[in-house]
Design a binder for this molecule. Structure first.
Ligand SMILES: Nc1ncnc2c1ncn2[C@@H]1O[C@H](COP(=O)(O)OP(=O)(O)OP(=O)(O)O)[C@@H](O)[C@H]1O
Length: 731
């Protein structure tokens, strides 16, 4: 089913309420579905059930639909979500409160019951319980680290907290003092109603809609003003209300997948927005000197430029509108190969234009064929091309690129990915699409429900192919490739792209390819040489200060991505930066999809200059102006390192990557790091070399991100030796 197949299934994050509180009480009673799940709104109902969800999620007030519902989630870290509103999730991370119309109420890490705003406050890294806006009320303070906002937040307002806004709100967050929250504000005793609806309140043009907050949770706040607002893991958390309104209370199938109701905004078709992407940087011409290796029979010659590559005029016009004056090496080689319908395994460094390298020739072929997309008599969409991406944000990005390049053509491009309302995406597929961009989980769900079939498929693309074929997604790909409706290998064109391609993964990949060509630009798995790689020895407990020091030294408009290993650290670092007034946002697999997308959007637009992320944002994400990548934690796999640092130094721009090295955790990575540095002809610090002694060999093959064509080597390693990847859930 759906979420089994989902890339970063939200299911995992739900056990919450139970998990976190300090008192071992049965978690939600009453309206909750299960012991583990904090009450949810959309499943139970009961207009305002109270008192359930002993710790952790209270669950929503009464909102309709998801309102109260997801409120339950509030429990996640501290208290309880409330949520009256619709479509919001009370306190996703922080406790309480609902909101209305808000996206993730309760606040990312905040708590404090209730607020009223809408759109993403509560939160996004910013803290607590609150909201962003509000002109007047100043009550809440919400102690804890963010308390500086609380209380007095009104005018510059970022937050306010807890109750105090609405009529029945009690002072969410009291007890905290504005300097640091000795007791970390209560999650909002009564959550406070977010206040009356008043659409005239606004903050940055967003309007707020009234009435938030179910009950934020009685003591959701916790006592210590520690990490995430209101007391980490809140004590009793919710006495939050029950869940959503209009629904039946609590008898739903406890195993039922969570229903996603988020409807993402439509892609702007404004040409200015569509064509507004990275442009070539000063080192773009250096691409000409990169060695390219081609293996396989009958490879067509590379194309020299876009205009003489035989692509349809309309595509060339779009390429020029995108300000591509010259193809990158991977484009020169891969475009004629795919145009010639050859299966392909392609490896080229991060940020070197792989997306256009597969989109343009596929679009060209589809336009040549002039086929019209169809839907089966049973209503299943029958795309001609399926493009799979390991993360939702990358799928969104590829979709945008596809729409951009196909502007002015008959090509229809569809997009399906998890964390969003399935019915909405399905509606967009009615009538059929030429190209479908998808994440594996959602795609599997569509297949299972008979909404998608592969009968007409001519092209399959695995972007970030090594990731798609490692242990995280291997089964999904196998299911797709062996689906009864999928044309056999040899009867369709399958292409795989990545910057890293370990041998064991190549071996798996070759199973899906027919007489394929293998192209490598530069070193397989090598880091982009336009990224200056620095390493600093920083023990775990000094990382925070070091990070701040580095960020404070950046130019104000420089964008910085900070990578961490776990979702918890991601929250922690983002909260810390927020407390230190560093303009930041964050993304990881437990954030609501809407939050994830706003985080990327805000960072792209420069609203926040720092993005704290887990490896969920390591691959493919293309954001102009990222000057610096910081590995606050080094990843376990060197391929992740290569992809992470590749978020800077793209398409001929230069960039810097600074990695904090803590011997205790990172020693095993040293040999591969040294290889990566040596290949990129960068200085290897002596202390790093010293750490290498006794840690295995410097073999740069299957354990790293690179490998030559396996058909030319005696590779015999069993597939089972593929390095285990981090669970998606860890992201
Ligand atoms: N020929 C070109 N000229 C100028 N810019 C280009 C060209 N090709 C691609 N770009 C731009 O370069 C940026 C990086 O491209 P893309 O995201 O496709 O890289 P990638 O190789 O897929 O990177 P990653 O390995 O990180 O996924 C994009 O902003 C894209 O618009």
């Amino acid at each position: 089913m759906d979420d089994d197949w989902e890339e970063d299934s939200p299911q995992h994050g739900w056990g919450i309420g139970n998990e976190l509180g300090s008192t071992p009480v049965q978690s939600n009673q009453g309206s909750s579905k299960t012991n583990n799940f904090s009450s949810f709104g959309d499943s139970f109902g009961g207009n305002r059930n109270e008192g359930f969800g002993e710790r952790g999620g209270g669950g929503g007030g009464r909102g309709n639909y998801q309102g109260g519902g997801r409120g339950g989630r509030g429990g996640r870290y501290n208290s309880d979500g409330g949520g009256f509103g619709n479509n919001g999730f009370g306190g996703d991370y922080g406790g309480g409160g609902g909101f209305r119309n808000g996206d993730n109420g309760g606040g990312f890490r905040g708590r404090g019951g209730g607020f009223r705003g809408n759109n993403r406050f509560g939160g996004d890294n910013e803290g607590g319980g609150g909201f962003k806006s509000f002109n007047q009320e100043n009550s809440g303070f919400g102690g804890n680290q963010f308390s500086k906002f609380g209380g007095e937040s009104q005018n510059d307002n970022k937050f306010g907290f807890g109750g105090s806004f609405g009529s029945s709100g009690n002072d969410g967050g009291f007890d905290g003092d504005s300097g640091g929250g000795r007791r970390g504000g209560r999650g909002g005793f009564r959550g406070g109603r977010g206040g009356q609806r008043n659409d005239s309140d606004s903050f940055n043009g967003e309007s707020f809609g009234g009435f938030g907050g179910g009950r934020g949770g009685r003591r959701g706040g916790g006592d210590s003003g520690n990490d995430f607002g209101g007391g980490r893991f809140g004590n009793d958390g919710g006495s939050g209300g029950g869940g959503g309104f209009n629904r039946q209370g609590g008898n739903e199938d406890e195993n039922a997948p969570r229903k996603e109701l988020y409807i993402p905004p439509d892609l702007s078709m404004d040409e200015k927005d569509l064509f507004d992407s990275n442009t070539a940087g000063i080192n773009f011409s250096k691409y000409d000197n990169i060695k390219v290796e081609v293996n396989g029979e009958g490879a067509p010659p590379p194309m020299e430029d876009f205009t003489h590559g035989g692509l349809r005029d309309v595509l060339i016009e779009n390429v020029l509108k995108a300000k591509y004056t010259k193809p990158t090496p991977i484009q020169k080689y891969a475009i004629p190969m795919i145009k010639g319908k050859r299966d392909l395994m392609a490896c080229a460094q991060t940020g070197s234009g792989k997306t256009a390298a597969f989109l343009l020739p596929i679009m060209h072929s589809l336009l040549e064929d002039k086929d019209h997309p169809t839907v089966s008599p049973t209503g299943a969409t029958q795309p001609f091309c399926v493009i799979l991406s390991p993360t939702r944000e990358l799928a969104i990005q590829i979709h945008k690129e596809a729409v951009k390049f196909s502007l002015g053509t008959i090509i229809r491009v569809g997009l399906i990915y998890g964390g969003t309302a399935s019915f909405h995406q399905n509606n967009k597929l009615t009538g059929g699409v030429h190209i479908l961009v998808a994440t594996p989980g959602r795609m599997g769900d569509y297949v299972n429900r008979g909404r998608l079939c592969f009968e007409k498929v001519k092209f399959v693309v695995l972007d970030e192919a090594d990731r798609m074929l490692d242990m995280g997604f291997q089964q999904d790909i196998e299911r797709m490739m062996s689906n009864a409706s999928m044309p056999q290998t040899g009867s369709k064109t399958t292409v795989m792209f990545s910057a890293t391609f370990p041998q064991d993964i190549q071996k798996i990949a070759s199973k899906y390819l027919n007489n394929y060509l293998y192209v490598v630009v530069g070193m397989v798995g090598g880091a982009c040489s336009d990224v200056e790689q620095q390493f600093l020895e920083v023990p775990k407990f000094e990382k925070r200060d070091k990070l701040l020091e580095i960020l404070r030294a950046q130019k104000p408009d420089h964008k910085v991505m900070v990578f961490v290993e776990t979702k918890k650290t991601c929250d922690f670092v983002a909260a810390y930066l927020c407390e230190e007034n560093v303009s930041s946002t964050s993304i990881h697999g437990d954030r609501e999809q809407q939050q994830r997308e706003s985080a990327i959007r805000d960072f792209t637009k420069g609203k926040h200059t720092v993005l704290v992320a887990t490896s969920v944002a390591a691959r493919g994400i293309d954001i102009a102006g990222v000057e610096l990548v910081i590995n606050y934690d080094l990843p376990k796999e060197v391929s992740d390192y290569v992809h992470r640092i590749g978020r800077t130094g793209r398409v001929g721009h230069t960039g810097t990557a600074i990695s904090f090295f803590d011997e205790k955790f990172d020693k095993d990575l040293v040999p591969n790091l040294i290889n990566i540095l040596a290949q990129a002809q960068q200085d290897i610090p002596e202390w790093l070399q010293n750490h290498a002694s006794g840690v295995g060999s410097f073999g740069f093959q299957s354990s790293s991100g690179g490998a030559a064509d396996i058909r030319n080597s005696n590779f015999s390693s069993a597939i089972a030796t593929a390095a285990p990847v981090a669970e998606e859930d860890e992201w």
